[in-house]
Design a binder for this molecule. Structure first.
Ligand SMILES: Cc1cc2nc3c(=O)[nH]c(=O)nc-3n(C[C@H](O)[C@H](O)[C@H](O)COP(=O)(O)O)c2cc1C
Length: 368
């Protein structure tokens, strides 16, 4: 592993956030994989487990498992907490609201790609993103010994307040300067400025334009840069823009620890930045994913408009579950950002962190 630079001068990678969290490198990693999350923390970064697709009992078990792998080192958990969702996790009630044109289109895709029925249910085919779910997920997080709680697509002040009472470090992901006021009013300790280049749900402002604006608006609150970052030169640029660290998602998908499905892995390994696309077809909100027949079908002339969150997921949940179970290759996709251009081979999480640290130091040295 790369070692922190010493020689009597303050290591530029040891930002104030690193000092307060007790981590060697200002590299935060978001992942839906427990293995990746633990590996990021164990390699000197800060792993954050994405628990939005987990029911509360699963969240408790997974956070305990990650803790057993990282010991006293810190790690976090992330939930998507959008406003304006249904109150109850009531699948039948949500299903009853689906329009016929969109249902017919999903039936057409199932026939066209010859997708067999799924043999069981998944999160996507059984759970409605609803306030009831969010409260139960937050309860599970707050009862755990996780060190940091991250909230995305929304920053509900009452949950942030409870997290702070439990001694958690709190963080909010934002995609526009106007979101900073909400995050600060909720009292978060850290803000992630996530730009357009990012994988997953993202807004319209590019990372290079967004980060300095968020740094200015955030004042004393430290900012992490996110969106398209996969190379040390971008980490150095993020520090130069006033961020105290970086928050990466896409780069972990092609690590050994992630064990991504082989078809999706192959798509990501050969994808360049222009092979990702913003689509509403995954969740109803703009989400960057690798372009596949799935995204093309929803973009095609005559395709209906995707529904709003949470209804798009209710609409496609069963088909998506079948597509993944039966590995219907053309329709399989994954969230991925423009930094996928650097994901050209499978490596370990430790190797990714070591590469980023070395490249960052080289980029900073080249400026002197
Ligand atoms: C496959 C995938 C799933 C994601 N899911 C979530 C999520 O559930 N919650 C969240 O806050 N961010 C999610 N993100 C966004 C990441 O937190 C992060 O901001 C983003 O990946 C940074 O940009 P990058 O992908 O270019 O590194 C996801 C990203 C990817 C690639």
């Amino acid at each position: 592993m790369a070692t922190p630079q010493t020689r009597g001068t303050r290591d530029v990678l040891q930002t104030a956030v690193c000092e307060s969290l007790g981590i060697p490198y200002p590299i935060f990693g978001f992942s839906h994989s427990m293995e990746v999350t633990a590996a990021i923390t164990n390699a000197g970064g800060f792993g954050v487990y994405g628990a939005t697709r987990d029911m509360p009992d699963v969240i408790s078990t997974r956070l305990a498992e990650i803790r057993s792998r990282v010991g006293d080192r810190p790690f976090g958990v992330d939930l998507l907490l959008p406003l304006g969702m249904a109150d109850k996790n009531d699948w039948a009630a949500a299903e009853a609201k689906l329009p016929e044109a969109q249902k017919a289109f999903v039936r057409h895709l199932k026939e066209k790609y010859d997708v067999p029925d799924a043999t069981g249910k998944s999160f996507f085919s059984s759970v409605v993103r609803s306030n009831e779910l969010f409260e139960a997920q937050a309860d599970a997080v707050l009862e755990s010994d996780v060190d940091l709680f991250a909230s995305a697509i929304g920053t509900p002040a009452h949950i942030i307040e409870r997290a702070k009472e439990k001694g958690k470090v709190t963080l909010s992901l934002v995609g526009a300067p106007k979101h900073v006021a909400y995050a600060k009013a909720a009292g978060v300790d850290l803000i992630v400025a996530q730009g357009y280049d990012a994988g997953g749900h993202t807004g319209p402002i590019g990372t290079l334009s967004l980060v300095p604006q968020i740094v200015d608006a955030a004042g004393e609150t430290p900012v992490l840069a996110a969106g398209g970052i996969a190379d040390g030169r971008q980490v150095a640029a993020s520090l130069a823009m006033g961020a105290q660290g970086v928050w990466l998602g896409t780069v972990w998908l092609t690590t050994e620890e992630h064990r991504l499905n082989k078809h999706i892995l192959a798509k990501l390994l050969r994808a360049g930045s222009a092979d990702t696309v913003l689509t509403r077809s995954h969740s109803g909100k703009t989400c960057r994913v690798v372009r596949t027949a799935w995204t093309e079908e929803w973009e095609a002339e005559g395709a209906p408009k995707p529904l709003k969150m949470p209804y798009q997921q209710v609409l496609i949940g069963e088909l998506l579950t079948s597509v993944m179970e039966h590995e219907i290759e053309p329709l399989m996709y994954e969230g991925a950002g423009q930094g996928v251009a650097w994901c050209n081979e499978v490596s370990t999480v430790g190797q990714v962190i070591e590469r980023l640290v070395t490249e960052t130091r080289e980029a900073l040295a080249a400026l002197r």
